[in-house]
Write a protein that binds this ligand. Structure first.
Ligand SMILES: Cc1ncc(COP(=O)(O)O)c(C=O)c1O
Length: 395
């Protein structure tokens, strides 16, 4: 094997370390250089003509192609087992680009009602300006998707598990319905990543990610990705990518690439620790219910075993109280679980969904104030369980 040839292994840990990287493309640099440049210049007129013939394949301007971004896109595509990948400046930039690539004015979308809030707002609110209608479904029963299909349905939008109460859709069953009707499918796979769920193998057309979560892994970067067949990504590369311009900067892409190298190792630890935390919470007297697809108490545990390879570090649970004073006492007593949105970083976080609803919605529409979401970070799990235990005692 030539020293600079791509690594031949298809094992995920090896791909995470080596895929996309070819040090000898960049003077032997073990870490890819950050091409922090907006534009690229040409030695001659004819070189410029050749480059402009295909701005996706040649570096002309960073809102088309950038070598650092490309290295990371290649690593992600190899990890996903996808033909192609495009990185974006945030998960929402990737999600909106993927959705827009599937619809036109007058179309109809069926989406799961627990999809990430801004994705839902984009589908049901923003797109209505263009005459695009939407039906939200609970989504657990594939028959609901079938029943929601109209002659103008162009897209099924899935998020499984959802990141609030970890609700699953039967991905092979839903994509089979979509295929029968000629409907495109997009799934947000941020919760699992491609390590714990392989949506393309389950029949999905496009996979979208918030790379701000596990890909980056250190709560220091916003990023997004769309993965799928080369022909679909090529069209996105010609249209939504340069025209909406929600692209990622070279430095942010580099941070994602660095994060991906340790993704399998980090995710294994998140998973092991979260399973222990879920078990502790499920047995605690002040906890009414745990929502974790990796725990046998999850109502769709069998489906999780069938279509997922494990659950990640994010879970939620319901306290045995709905009293806001009690809930706030619990949250304020936590020491390792810091209060904030997002997840997927090295650190443990806690969020109470009612906080997000209080300013926006009338009280009758608030979620259960006792619903608490935690991300189980990479701290020693004994410290995390001890932290939850003492905070539950403060209730
Ligand atoms: C499940 C899920 N999808 C998408 C997003 C949006 O990603 P970003 O914040 O990178 O735009 C988030 C962010 O919290 C999320 O939790």
């Amino acid at each position: 094997m030539h020293r600079s040839a791509p690594h031949p292994s298809s094992r995920i840990d090896t791909l995470a370390v080596h895929a996309g990287d070819d040090p000898f493309r960049f003077l032997g640099a073990a870490a890819p250089p950050i091409f922090e440049t907006s534009t690229f210049v040409f030695p001659s007129f004819s070189d410029a003509v050749a480059a402009f013939a295909d701005e996706q394949e040649h570096c002309v301007y960073t809102r088309g192609r950038n070598p650092t971004v490309r290295v990371v896109e290649e690593k992600l595509a190899a990890l996903e087992g996808a033909e192609a990948c495009r990185l974006f400046g945030s998960g929402m930039a990737a999600i909106s680009a993927a959705i827009l690539s599937c619809v036109k004015a007058g179309d109809h979308i069926v989406a799961v009602d627990t999809a990430y809030g801004p994705a839902r707002a984009f589908i049901t609110g923003y797109l209505s300006r263009f005459g695009i209608t939407a039906t939200l479904v609970d989504g657990r029963d594939p028959a609901e998707w079938e029943a929601a299909v109209r002659p103008n349905t162009a897209l099924f939008y899935l998020e499984s598990p959802s990141s609030g109460v970890m609700k699953l859709q039967d991905v092979p069953a839903v994509t089979a319905i979509a295929r029968r009707h000629g409907i495109a499918t997009v799934i947000d796979n941020s919760y699992c990543t491609m390590l714990l769920q392989r949506p393309l193998e389950l029949g999905v057309d496009l996979v979208v990610y918030s790379g701000s979560k596990y890909f980056g892994g250190h709560s220091d970067v916003l990023a997004g990705a769309v993965l799928g067949p080369a022909e679909r990504l090529r069209r996105i590369g010609d249209a939504e990518y340069p025209l909406l311009g929600g692209i990622i900067g070279p430095f942010e892409a580099w941070l994602v690439g660095r994060g991906l190298r340790t993704l399998p190792v980090r995710l294994r630890q998140h998973q092991v620790s979260a399973a222990k935390v879920a078990e502790f919470l499920a047995g605690h007297g002040r906890v009414a219910r745990v929502h974790y697809p990796g725990h046998p108490s999850h109502p769709q545990y069998e489906l999780a075993l069938r279509q997922m390879r494990g659950a990640s570090g994010l879970l939620s649970f319901e306290l045995d109280t709905r009293d806001l004073n009690q809930v706030s006492r619990f949250v304020d007593a936590l020491r390792y679980f810091r209060l904030g949105v997002s997840w997927g970083g090295y650190e443990s976080l806690v969020f109470v969904p009612v906080i997000g609803a209080m300013r926006r919605l009338p009280e009758a529409q608030w979620p259960n104030p006792g619903l608490v979401r935690i991300h189980v970070g990479l701290e020693d799990v004994a410290d995390l369980i001890g932290d939850l235990d003492q905070a539950l005692r403060a209730l």
